[in-house]
Ligand binder design. Structure first.
Ligand code: AHR
Length: 321
């Protein structure tokens, strides 16, 4: 064997070893995402954004749609653990009942990130971080807007989100705080519309019937825009003018509510960004790189929007959703 050949073989081996190392460093992160379903326009936008943000960063994102069922989310998390993914994202449909499956992820040393909803647990060490808004603040902002608008006197009907979910619990809490400070403000009816347009409409129809054809209602507070859009439909079908006869305030900031505001049929929304995955991926990448744990709560903003900017906001958002 010639000396030249030996040198080339050694160089090729070194190159291969080097490549192997580089490949390991460049290995694509694999993230399993247990998504709730597609109950609202906001939820669909969150899923779409998660895909885009994963692509931007070269992350392999595996999405499992739970169709609104916690049991499906638990199964999905177990399957991600079995696959040995690098991290698990969960948008928890309800706040309780997560401890045992999260323990399994922890034992497998897989970091968990909560997206857009919080959980109730005695052991916050079961997840790495939560990327969410302050959902109590959202309810408070909506309530304060309404109190100001009506001089603190208003009979409100409330469309709550999914029973047991953290945004439904907290958006009610924040709004109730404002009601408690304004003796002329009353919640005359409250029921879950499950964050969907169809249920929002159905429940609003029953509120209108129960409240003298809607004449006893000053405003509808919906825990999300989709239910507000359903309520607007019900108000119109009852022969009343949404946005005027009955004020409409909600949360999310999806294009359809900006369209309704531009048309004079809704009055205010509190924005919730659908980009929960972007900050979650950034935290995860930094954690994988240097082991630095992110803060326990990565808080997104909650800004109030009213009809004055609705047309421009609709144009700005309509293709992004
Ligand atoms: O958890 C966020 C809420 O869930 C959004 O406000 C709502 O539209 C969604 O379904």
């Amino acid at each position: 064997m010639s000396r030249t050949w030996l040198i080339s073989a050694a160089a090729a081996a070194a190159l291969l070893i080097g490549l192997g190392g580089a490949q390991a460093a460049d290995k694509k992160l694999v993230v399993g995402f247990s998504q709730i379903g597609s109950e609202s326009g906001w939820r669909a936008a969150e899923t779409k954004t998660a895909k885009t943000e994963a692509e931007k960063r070269g992350i392999d994102l595996k999405i499992s749609d739970a169709q609104q069922k916690q049991e499906n989310q638990i199964k999905a998390v177990r399957s991600f653990v079995a696959q040995g993914v690098d991290a698990i994202f969960i948008a928890p449909v309800v706040a309780t009942g997560w401890d045992s499956v999260l323990k399994e992820a922890k034992e497998a040393k897989i970091p968990v990130v909560l997206l857009d909803r919080q959980i109730e647990t005695r052991d916050p060490g079961l997840y790495m971080t939560a990327v969410t808004s302050d959902t109590v603040l959202e309810g408070r902002v909506a309530g304060e807007w309404l109190a100001k608008q009506t001089g603190g006197t208003c009979n409100v009907v409330e469309l709550q989100g999914t029973v047991g979910s953290s945004p439904a619990i907290n958006r009610k809490k924040g709004f109730d705080e404002v009601v408690a400070k304004n003796p002329g403000m009353k919640i005359v009816r409250t029921q879950s519309g499950d964050f969907t347009r169809a249920k929002g409409k159905e429940v609003m129809e029953s509120f209108i019937k129960a409240e003298n054809g809607g004449k006893g209602i000053c405003a509808v507070y919906a825990h999300n825009d989709d239910m507000a859009v359903g309520a607007i439909q019900a108000i119109k079908e009852a022969g009343l003018k949404p946005g005027k006869d009955i004020l409409v305030v909600s949360i999310d900031g999806v294009p359809d509510i900006f369209k309704a505001m531009a048309d004079g049929e809704a009055n205010a929304t509190v924005e919730l960004t659908p980009n929960m995955a972007g900050p979650a991926f950034d935290a995860l990448v930094a954690f994988k790189k240097d082991g630095k744990a992110p803060p326990k709560w990565i808080q997104t903003e909650s800004a109030l929007f009213t009809p004055d900017t609705a047309k421009a906001e609709y144009e700005r958002r309509k293709d992004a959703y």
